[in-house]
Ligand binder design. Sequence first.
Ligand code: ATP
Ligand code: MG
Length: 392
Amino acid sequence: MNLPESVKFILDSLNKNGFEAYIVGGCVRDYLMGKNPHDYDITTSALPEDVKKIFHHTVDTGIEHGTVSVVIDKVAYEVTTYRIDGEYKDNRHPEEVIFTDKLSGDLSRRDFTVNAIAYNEKNGFVDYFGGQEDIKNKVIKGVGEPAKRFQEDALRMMRAVRFSAQLDFIIEDETLKALKENASLIKNISIERIRDEFFKLILSSHNERMEILLNSGMTEFFLPEILGKENDYFVLNKLSQDIVVRLSYLFKEIDFNQIKKIMKRLKADNKTISAMVTIAKYRDYKIESLYDLRKLKSLVEENLFRLIEVIGAIKNSSMEKELNLIEFIKKDCCSLAELDINGKDIIEIGISGKDIGVALNSALDYVMKYPEKNEKSVLIEFIKGEFKWQKH
Ligand code: ATP
Ligand code: MG
């Protein structure tokens, strides 16, 4: 395996100081699948205080679990002491973390065989649970006794489905059986951790694996609204890897008030919630003219491309025409901020109070119909005319 220089440096430095060190988990799995690892996790026999002595720049990222980040050239690498987890009492956290000097102990606490392979240049791949074979056969299989592992930490069930969707692996029979039998334990996991795994699943290329979630009984606990709804997962798989776009398609039959409730329950951030609500409000909007498109842009602002993609997915249409039109109206005024007049100009012609907003909005609507009219003098005349007409 061709390791980046900084990773080699960390492994070598730990070695020179008398400790074992390996890269482990996702990076080894990704490498064995022929993919470029997106980050490198390191596992070592050194205790956190040893790691902090060996390297100049470290950060205590999760020191209570044995994790110290070593920073090299502004990149942080997580270095974690070999550990075995103590008793689990509440299906989510071990009572205590116990450090060990054996790599085998550390690998056996990991969730799936494909995530439990370690590697260093001296010893090559260390694979006690057949992870390499499972990667070859494209199988997600629990390390040890799957039921016990899911009871220890119920989030692992979500992770099993998420990895199966990201990697396009099937879930091995015993692991799947244990998942179905223990599905209700997911209620003990915080909504944030469930959401993070669920969002990774939605963003994957194999949303059809969501069926496992739906059939297992896990979905009831965090997203009952999608149960019993028709879904074309192959459409979902092809959409932009944008959580707002994909969720909007998944929720295409749910009204915007309920979507707001769901997103709040999932503790999504406000920007995501508001984008989802906006898209749900306008997903049935008909675009038949350039004016319609400008009007839509003024209503949904930065969510226009997302919305067009969602409308296209729902209608099973390429939206090529609409996308070309967006290019066409790119420079047109579609917001009050782009209007060639402002509140001050309106006051100057003797309009006050609530009427200022009314005047600005009617000018905007006018300009969206006739984009070439976005010029101060023209708009002033237009507003004077409008108001004269209204008073009579
Ligand atoms: P990704 O590419 O999504 O980062 P990853 O395998 O690196 O995949 P992480 O969530 O970053 O996944 O976790 C790193 C490693 O830590 C995993 O490969 C696994 O060995 C171990 N791990 C993480 N979460 C758990 C868990 N809940 N139970 C057991 N082991 C876990
Ligand atoms: Mg990772």
